[in-house]
Write a protein that binds this ligand. Structure first.
Ligand code: NAD
Length: 390
């Protein structure tokens, strides 16, 4: 079996999870590391015994003879860094959000096709075991055709101490309108891509066509409950509710923010989704979740079916590395997506969350921000290629 030579750029919060994905697959080896912070790159290289280190990305691309590059830098760098790798015929694993405009995403998609290389967008929500099981049940017809998707975003509490390095202390790029890509809505831009990706995943790829988001004014600057590494503490506007319509016209969705960033109290932690179908319903736990209750028992997925006994599932994978959560997100989710990319590159098969999907999630997120600003529903297809939120 060929071993892919991997270079990683951006050694912050999410990079250790990526590292573990490469280190646990015999088809890849991380041979080069890059971070603009020389101390970070040196520490990372020592800890994981990687020979080549760089503080300049282009130098790494020119010298390290890579097959695959892993991009985990702040969002404004994703598209330019992915472009420079694809130009050289190097496969790309790029963190979400994939780009800051639809035009950027389309350009990357075309370039990858022209160079015949793969792009996997790091959309971890479609690689968590609980979500994959829910999708399998839906595909198998357990609830009939999905008709409504209801997502709830509760507090994510950080594990103390976290099991992995949670990144540099200055992560203020996340609050910057340009660097994050989100303008007045940096949190929404960074996270809503997950929610739209999950909705389309559970709707069996029925694309989201229209979005209507509600805006909350004068929101106080609550730090995200328990997540000490996250800098989201600024006040201002927020989007507490998003609703959407899928293209078939037969499935609709809603996402609600139910945690302290918006000054809410809600006892339940983590991201969870309820998918109602024609003949049944699934409730499933995602990132940061503690557990769902089933007759006093902690479970992670509940399948309800008309006229049949309910079934419950647990995914005991050792919990999360960052969140105080039973769902293995920063561990198994990221590992799963990286293994999938390595397998796809080696087999020459298409990845299941590529440039087109990553761009569509950004398109829906931009429609959300425009909807919040204008107070009207926005057609996702009406987002112009050059529209940005900053
Ligand atoms: N899929 C997920 O679950 C998940 C989780 C966390 C973060 N993310 C995404 O990953 C990306 C990175 O987020 P993070 O929280 O790890 O960021 P971070 O701020 O913790 O780390 C970013 C790193 O990039 C380095 N960097 C900045 N500019 C650079 C440059 N020009 N060249 C080389 N290195 C540079 C910084 O020094 C820092 O070490 C973001 O886009 C974020 O949305 C995804």
């Amino acid at each position: 079996m060929k071993t892919l030579r991997v270079g990683m750029v951006g050694l912050g919060l999410v990079s250790t999870s990526h590292w573990k994905g490469y280190a646990s697959h015999e088809g890849a080896e991380v041979v080069a590391l890059c971070d603009r912070d020389g101390e970070r790159v040196r520490h990372f290289a020592e800890r994981y015994a990687v020979g080549e280190t760089y503080t300049d990305y282009d130098e790494m691309l020119d010298r390290a003879e890579l097959d695959l590059v892993d991009i985990a830098t702040p969002t404004f760098l994703h598209a330019p860094m992915a472009y420079r790798a694809l130009e050289r015929g190097i496969h790309v694993h790029c963190e979400k959000p994939f780009c800051r405009s639809v035009g950027e995403g389309k350009q990357l998609e075309q370039l990858a096709r022209a160079r015949n290389v793969q792009v996997l967008v790091g959309e971890t929500y479609v690689f968590i075991s609980a979500h994959r099981k829910a999708r399998q049940l839906i595909e198998d017809g357990a609830i009939g055709a999905p008709r409504q998707i209801r997502q709830r975003h509760g507090d994510w509490l950080e594990r103390v101490p976290a099991r992995i390095d949670t990144g540099p202390s200055d992560r203020s790029w996340r609050l910057d309108g340009r660097a994050s890509g989100g303008g007045r809505y940096p949190w929404i831009f960074d996270h809503a891509v997950h929610f739209f990706a999950t909705a389309e995943y559970f709707a069996l790829e029925d694309p989201i066509e229209q979005v209507f988001a509600l805006r909350a004014e004068g929101v106080e600057g609550h730090a995200q409950g328990g997540a000490r590494h996250d800098p989201y503490a600024e006040g201002g506007v927020d989007v507490p509710i998003i609703t959407w319509q899928h293209a078939s016209g037969r499935c609709q969705g809603i996402w609600t923010r139910s945690e302290r960033l918006n000054g809410q109290y809600d006892y339940r932690r983590g991201f969870s989704t309820t998918i109602s179908g024609e003949k049944g319903m699934i409730e499933v736990l995602g990132e940061g979740g503690a557990h769902l209750d089933w007759a006093g028992r902690p479970v992670h997925l509940i399948l309800y079916r008309a006229g049949m006994p309910s079934e419950t599932f647990r995914f005991d994978e050792g919990g999360d590395d960052v969140w105080d959560s039973e769902i293995a997100y920063y561990s198994r989710g990221h590992e799963g997506q990286i293994h999938h990319l390595i397998d796809s590159v080696l087999a020459g098969t298409a990845v299941r969350y590529g440039a087109a999907q990553g761009t569509q999630a950004v398109r829906c997120t931009l429609a959300t921000i425009r909807s919040a600003e204008e107070g009207i529903p926005i057609g996702v297809g009406d987002i112009e290629d050059d529209f940005t939120a900053y």
